[in-house]
Write a protein that binds this ligand. Sequence first.
Ligand code: COA
Ligand code: MG
Length: 306
Amino acid sequence: MSGTALRSLLFVPGDSERKLAKGLASGADALILDLEDSVAPQRLGFARGQVLEFLQANAECAEPQLWVRVNSLASGRLYEDATAVLAARPAGLVLPKVDSYMDIERIALTLEAIEAGNGLAVGSTALLVIGTETPAGLLALPSYPQAAAVHRASARRLAGLTWGMEDLSAALGARARCNPDGTLRPVFEQARTTCLLAASALGIAAIDGVYVDFRDADGLRREGELARGDGFSGKLAIHPAQVPVINAVFTPSAHELDWARRVVAAFETANGAGVTALDGQMIDRPHWLLARRILASGAAAEPPST
Ligand code: COA
Ligand code: MG
């Protein structure tokens, strides 16, 4: 991956040296070194040390990007997590169990102090927000775009938004997530759709949540294709075997790239017209915008030139 689009983001428990090493070789566009739910509380201190060492040892590697999932603001552990790892310059922090935009604003202010204390540029730590893990967080997501317009410094940190069912199910006491036909039940479909809409309104990446059945590649591919079809640009992974499936799904096909190039070319020869025709179909600005997006994601998916 040579651009900034993240197709696959693989969670790696921060206390597992073996999985950290495996993650590097997985082909994921990003690793999310986890200090939260996959690490038992009594292992957190050890995990912070492991993650710091791993970031330092791989500081020169351009790929995969190395992100760190810290604990939530409410846990009381976020400050120590961030302090432990920020000096080693992770690509950014993943924020779980965000209850409202004010959480992001408070976290951004905390990060300003840690950045300044470590000689890092203030505002340089990017954020990927898991926006649907608490009921309050899901209800608050539609307010993010307006809040971001007011709180511009914290908004500039936002790189992406993702969603998850595990913690939301636990918070709701929900025992079932899918209908008998496999479609999501309304509350989880709302989480997914609201995440996508909020990310798009904010102009940041929409990343689809995890597919927990990590031995089922076909199911993962189907879910990934649905997500890409709706506009998600990448997907979280929990196992290295999921990475190639996700990368393939979120890389534009030769056919799509060809269509996108021909749309752009059609407008270049349309003498400034806002509407033209391609293959007997009307195309106008929305098609041009979609074509530009597809070309950008294709460029991001190309292997780096040496
Ligand atoms: N990152 C890196 N390596 C991983 C990995 C991951 N997320 N998941 C598995 N591996 C490694 C295993 O260590 C194993 O390597 P080894 O043969 O050298 O020991 C290999 O991939 C095959 O693993 P497998 O035996 O198929 O799975 P497992 O039973 O060891 O692990 C999970 C299953 C679910 C526990 C594991 O995939 C995992 O820890 N996933 C991440 C969970 C997580 O971070 N959750 C929080 C976000 S929802
Ligand atoms: Mg969780």
